[in-house]
Design a binder for this molecule. Sequence first.
Ligand code: BEZ
Length: 209
Amino acid sequence: MAIRLGDEAPNFTANTTAGSVTFHDWKEGAWAVLFSHPKDFTPVCTTELGYTAKLKDEFDRRNVKAIAVSVDSVTSHNEWSADIEETQGTAVNFPIIGDEDRTVSDLYDMIHPNADNTLTVRSVFVIGPDNKVKLTLTYPASTGRNFDEILRVIDSLQLTAEQQLATPVNWNPGDKVIVAPSVSDDEANERFGSFDAPKPYLRYVDAPK
Ligand code: BEZ
């Protein structure tokens, strides 16, 4: 069955370019971005993995660990990593799972047979420190994902994780945020200060620091 928001992210033990990884132990206490790519030595995947490696400082700042997966072997991933470093200018600095037996791909429903019955699609799972799934995305093989958008969603998730706040359309860090409908006006004033309310249900506040 497909994995839904709020589900526990399935645990697994897998061989990776960083050795054997037991997912829940490896991510202990951190956020994780688990993402699949269809195939090694392909152009779009090369750009995606290079860009993700470039985001390491941004991920570290947010306590996020990245891990990639495809049905190619760890040996293949290691050989391809040299090309990624050469062409994208950054060495791959996160594990890539060698999922030849499709254990992880099947657990996370990353093979969509009507698109391709052997390769993974471009799935993304953002998983919280509580091991619950917070975001799922599925892109086709021919469309590279926007990893800046994934960072933006993580910023929103981390901002709203502890507070009854939400983020509006095209929100970016620094923009005003929205008070959840479950919070009364009095409570909103007390918790977030004054708010701007073009409608009683649309209340903007500055994001708490
Ligand atoms: C790519 O990464 O370029 C790619 C992989 C599989 C199918 C199409 C494109």
